[in-house]
Design a binder for this molecule. Structure first.
Ligand SMILES: Nc1ncnc2c1ncn2[C@@H]1O[C@H](COP(=O)(O)OP(=O)(O)OP(=O)(O)O)[C@@H](O)[C@H]1O
Length: 240
């Protein structure tokens, strides 16, 4: 089943063309990696797919819906961890998850059970009643990851999943992403960590000049690393 279809997507901010005829599809159960240099348009692509930024041209379908026409319906069915986002400073993680569970119309015992699973997985149970403003950057990232997966959506968008996390927790997040993928969840992640993308993703697209210069399955590279493919795609010379 196809979860995302993008056809001829273009987006400019004023005179700055960011996306120019971007086309791709994402099948269900894929971990799709969006790669590209700073400013290549990864966040813009995610924003269009999640209905927070409108497309100038092209057609976009997410879970069978056009996020430009039905942003709320799309957002109800997806999980998102946006770039540079922090949990509300004035709430504790427990209060925030309760709020998110309410918006997601989840039963309180289901929220509690999932929060229990995630706090154990990411090792932050002792911080559940600390104001988010007093959490470290990594602890805030743990809270944001938890909220993105809390309602176990069929599609999750994550901008830099491993940002600020220590190596132990990074491994646990990777394991969680693989576990959700095995259950059929589709994950779209944007990252600068090409080694992580090579490890986790079943499909990647490298954005150059507003479209994918390369689209590949990083598990099927012929004796090359994804880093080499990336450097070549963006016009830099791979190191040996
Ligand atoms: N709201 C906006 N108004 C004007 N320009 C914007 C806006 N949002 C993004 N841009 C510009 O669009 C381009 C693409 O930005 P975007 O955040 O999508 O890139 P990115 O690939 O996610 O970058 P990075 O890897 O640095 O996070 C950049 O040149 C950015 O300055």
């Amino acid at each position: 089943m196809t979860t995302i279809t993008v056809d001829g997507l273009s987006k400019s901010y004023g005179s700055t063309a960011v996306l120019a005829g971007l086309s791709f599809t994402v099948e269900s159960g894929t971990v799709f990696g969006l790669l590209g240099k700073n400013g290549a348009g990864k966040t813009t692509t995610i924003n269009v797919l999640t209905g927070t930024v409108s497309a100038d041209e092209g057609t976009v379908s997410v879970l069978g819906l056009d996020p430009g026409d039905h942003p709320q319906a799309v957002r109800e069915r997806i999980g998102v961890l946006p770039e540079k986002e922090s949990p509300p400073s004035f709430l504790t993680p427990r209060e925030y998850f309760s709020f998110v569970g309410g918006v997601r119309e989840m039963d309180t015992d289901v929220v509690e059970e999932r929060v229990g699973e995630w706090t154990e997985r990411l090792d932050f149970a002792e911080k559940l009643d600390t104001l988010c403003t007093d959490l470290s950057r990594g602890q805030q990232q743990k809270v944001m990851l938890t909220q993105a997966f809390l309602h176990e959506p069929e599609l999750v968008f994550i901008d830099e999943p491993l940002a600020n996390l220590d190596p132990v927790i990074q491994e646990r997040v990777k394991a969680a992403i693989r576990e959700f993928q095995a259950r059929g969840t589709t994950v779209v992640l944007s990252t600068h960590h090409v080694e992580v993308a090579q490890e986790l993703c079943t499909q990647v697209g490298i954005l150059v000049d507003g479209a994918f210069a390369v689209e590949c399955d990083p598990r099927a590279l012929d004796g090359e690393t994804l880093r080499d493919v990336f450097l070549r795609a963006v016009g830099a010379t791979p190191t040996s």
